[in-house]
Write a protein that binds this ligand. Sequence first.
Ligand code: AGP
Length: 614
Amino acid sequence: MCGIVGYVGQRSALDVVMGGLRRLEYRGYDSGGVALVVDGTIHSAKKAGKLLNLDAELAENPLPVAHTGIGHTRWATHGAPNDVNAHPHLDETGRVAVVHNGIIENFAVLRTELERAGHDLLSETDTEVVAHLLHDELARTPDLSDAVRAVCRRLEGAFTLVICDAEQPDVVVGARRNSPLVVGRGDGENFLGSDVAAFIEHTRDAVELGQDQVVTITPDAIVVTDFFGAPAETTEYHVDWDVSAAEKGGYEWFMLKEMDEQPQAVADTLLGRHSPGGQLQLDEMRLSDDELREVDRIVIIACGTASYAGLVAKYAIEHWTRIPCEVELASEFRYRDPILDKSTLVVAISQSGETMDTLMAIRYARQQRARVLSICNTNGSTIPRESDAVIYTHAGPEVAVASTKGFLSQVVACYLLALYLAQVKGTKYGDEIDDILAEIAAVPAGIQRLLDEGDQVRKLASDLSGARSILFLGRHVGYPVALEGALKLKELAYIHAEGFAAGELKHGPIALVEEGLPVFVVVPPKGRDQLQEKTVSSIQEIRARGARTIVLAEDGDDDVIPYADHLIRLPKVPTLLQPLVATVPLQIFATEFAHQLGHDVDQPRNLAKSVTVE
Ligand code: AGP
């Protein structure tokens, strides 16, 4: 949700800023812009649409060489995605330039105040008020950092701001409340970015910023304070991946690369969690075993794909630990006055660690004295920082807007959490936990097989690319897989796609079935619970009504053959682990379907990778 870059140093600021924006474009791609400080003047360029448009603008109207600059790639909130609303926004004298991520909730009041005082605001954005407030503040307080602190004290809502000043050429100031901002420490140069991808090409040494902090970077210094100017403590860390992980590496899209990285992401998420003595260890678990033994209820909160990982977790947690578990959309959670206390463990799942709905939900949970554990893929991000414990998924950076390896590694982390709780609570013996871990460790080979067999799914996607509606059915943990398959298709192909619990079909959705409607059905492995048989019955029911059935069933399940118009074989895995394999063909299908329609696979319309507004 908007990518922000700032730079001071010896290099061409434009090159650094544009390079950073390209790596952050997944965060938003409605418009892009840059501002450079040269000889006491700010030079800026901005353009609606993807960064390619800004590149063209810069080629036509080049900016002078500069060593201080800021940049922005936007996901529009206030104001249409056009040139005028694109960031940076300048004050009327052109002294300061501001880029912003978030929503300034009191901007209407501030705008009215500024207009009454004679300011002329050009855009429809909430951001522009900051440039004008800074103009007034700099008349009283010549130091940019002081002026930024004074303005931040007046702002409400969520904001990351990065600002440069024509009169202070070697300084860039950033501020953050509720939205992400990290500092990159260089040698004779320093960087600001919405995430480390912005500067990973130049440095892997990063500084975390806390809530309500202002950072001032010059070529040789990084100074962090609170909004009142008091020095603030910061945490430095070294990023454990490099620039190659943030690049396409020969793939046409990041999404294809990230799908192919899934066997590794699953294996890496398991790595180092199981000691030779058989005890499961979660290093980032800052809750004691005694505290975990007190847990009598688990509430999982997450959004989108992460919430489907949470649905899978519910089955595993309740089955392995017997602790009641519910799953709730983070955006709904705090508005229903949930009943929480210190024996409730709230589990927040977030790939980015910055999703505002999830962040607000965990803050609410902590106010209610619940303990919060997060499952996250982004070291140093806000959600794990504000949690009592964290399990990191080691999937590496996920750039494509549609989550793939993020999801599978979240599911693995959920299994690890469930098994850890089972170990602590004594609901599973050590050798049972060992067996399950060995089964999970075997899954990457199955995922690899499905990736290798992707051509048959791509052919199917090409055959079906004229479809305007596709349904997905599953039962048990196959139900979240169905939801995920439908979400992937909606995100990438922009067609009607819906996931249903197969047993629920007869209670209404079967009315949607008509001649030729493609319906994917995830069939559970055969077991004592008769779910496989019941799912096969559902397939017969929809086929009898004209559906074109695409059946995902494990190797050796021949019961499905007579009713499958198209059969996708899944490697045999235990029922609870089936999402790790069944999701993969659905990802391949959505990717190819979107490609057939000519859509941008990595950057689908209207979306952004990390949603940092509520
Ligand atoms: C996944 O394909 C989506 N782009 C989206 O649903 C995403 O999973 C959701 O916004 C949550 O993001 P998070 O994991 O970063 O919190």
